[in-house]
Ligand binder design. Structure first.
Ligand code: ZN
Length: 162
């Protein structure tokens, strides 16, 4: 993977998406923590986070909030979007997508599919992954750690402080 050039605005927006993702932790546990910010040159036009397991993804809330203003904007997501969200991002005419962690199991922006680059669609999105990847991944790992703790209460050597 070529080392991508991220701007100061990119970093600030992804940091904001991470803070949003963390808010998902206070709704239901265990909860995969993912946040999404949609911005035009640093001006936020929509944002959202994954609120509960099985519920709408962060991107759905952010795109809904942005409405028409999603057109030509940049979407920042802490996790590589799934096929459904990648499709919604293309449909919304987002110009550019920046995400944090790659999702080798369900990612549709280069991992298992590459929907934003699909030539048969009439709009393409410029995609760069890996911004604040470690921080984004840590939030997800916290989710899986919480899940493991729930599954094996007795065998877990290090209990998470609540
Ligand atoms: Zn999704």
């Amino acid at each position: 993977m070529a080392s991508p050039a991220f701007t100061a605005i990119d970093h600030a927006m992804m940091a904001r998406a991470l803070r949003l993702a963390e808010r998902g932790a206070y709704t239901t546990r265990p909860n995969p923590m993912v946040g999404c910010v949609i911005a035009h040159d640093g001006e936020v036009v929509g944002e959202g986070f994954h609120q509960r397991k099985g519920g709408p993804h962060a991107e759905v809330f952010a795109l809904e909030a942005a409405g028409e203003r999603a057109r030509g904007a940049t979407a920042y997501v802490t996790l590589e979007p799934c096929p459904m969200c990648a499709g919604a991002i293309v449909q919304s005419r987002i110009a550019r997508l920046v995400f944090g962690a790659w999702d080798p199991k369900a990612g549709a922006c280069g991992s298992i599919f590459d929907i934003p680059a699909e030539r048969r669609l009439n709009h393409r999105v410029l995609v760069t992954g890996g911004l604040l990847e470690r921080e984004s991944r840590e939030l997800l790992q916290e989710f899986f750690r919480a899940k493991r703790d729930t599954l094996s209460e007795s065998s877990s050597p290090s209990k998470r402080a609540s």
